[in-house]
Ligand binder design. Structure first.
Ligand code: ADP
Length: 155
C-alpha cells in the first residue's frame, strides 16, 4: 500500500485542534483524506454536508488533502482506497486511553492498517468540539476556536 493516510472524525465542528493534527501529519504522508463521520449512534449538531463544505473550503488549495463523507468502517475505507494509515490526534492521557482502544479494535479488524498519533500543540490542547458546541448552543462566540475560514454565526 502507498503512504496515504485518512483522518477520520466527527469534526462537529472542525477546530484549530483538528487543523493542528493535519499540519503535523502533512509532512509524514503523500496524502491525507479527511473522513467526515456520520455516526449512527451520535446525532450531529452541524449537518454532514455543512461540515464537509467547511473543511473542503479550508483546504481547497492544499493538493495533498481530500475531504469525503465516511459511510462505512474506517478500515474498510482504507482497504478500498489503498490507505495504510489512520491519523489521530492526542491532547492528553485521557485521549490516549480512548484512542488506544479504538486503534486496537481497528487493528483487530484489519492488521495491515496502522494508526499513527500526533500530539497537538499545547495551545490547542483545551479545544474540543463538544465544548465548542456547548458554547455555540448557549449563544457564545466560537470563532477563536475555529480556522478563520469557518464562519459560524452566533445563535
Ligand atoms: P471523534 O468523534 O471520532 O472522536 P473528533 O472530531 O472529536 O472525532 O476528533 C477527531 C480526532 O481529532 C481525534 O483523534 C481527536 O482526539 C482529535 N482531536 C480533537 N480535538 C483535538 C485537539 N484540540 N487537538 C488535537 N487533536 C484533537
Amino acid at each position: 500500500m502507498s503512504n496515504k493516510a485518512v483522518f477520520p472524525g466527527s469534526f462537529d465542528p472542525f477546530t484549530l485542534g483538528h487543523n493542528s493534527v493535519i499540519r503535523k501529519g502533512l509532512p509524514l504522508f503523500d496524502s491525507i483524506t479527511i473522513l467526515v463521520g456520520q455516526n449512527s449512534s451520535k446525532t450531529s449538531y452541524f449537518s454532514a454536508e455543512k461540515r464537509l463544505e467547511w473543511i473542503r473550503a479550508l483546504y481547497k488549495s492544499e493538493s495533498k488533502i481530500k475531504v469525503e463523507i465516511l459511510d462505512s468502517l474506517t478500515v474498510d475505507y482504507c482497504i478500498k482506497n489503498d490507505c495504510a494509515f489512520i491519523l489521530r490526534g492526542l491532547r492528553n492521557a485521557q485521549d490516549f486511553q480512548y484512542e488506544s482502544s479504538i486503534a486496537h479494535m481497528n487493528q483487530a479488524l484489519q492488521h495491515s492498517v496502522e494508526t499513527v498519533f500526533v500530539l497537538c500543540d499545547i495551545k490547542y490542547a483545551a479545544i474540543s468540539s463538544s465544548i465548542v458546541r456547548e458554547i455555540h448552543k448557549n449563544g457564545g462566540d466560537i470563532s477563536q476556536f475555529l480556522p478563520s475560514s469557518i464562519k459560524i454565526n452566533r445563535i
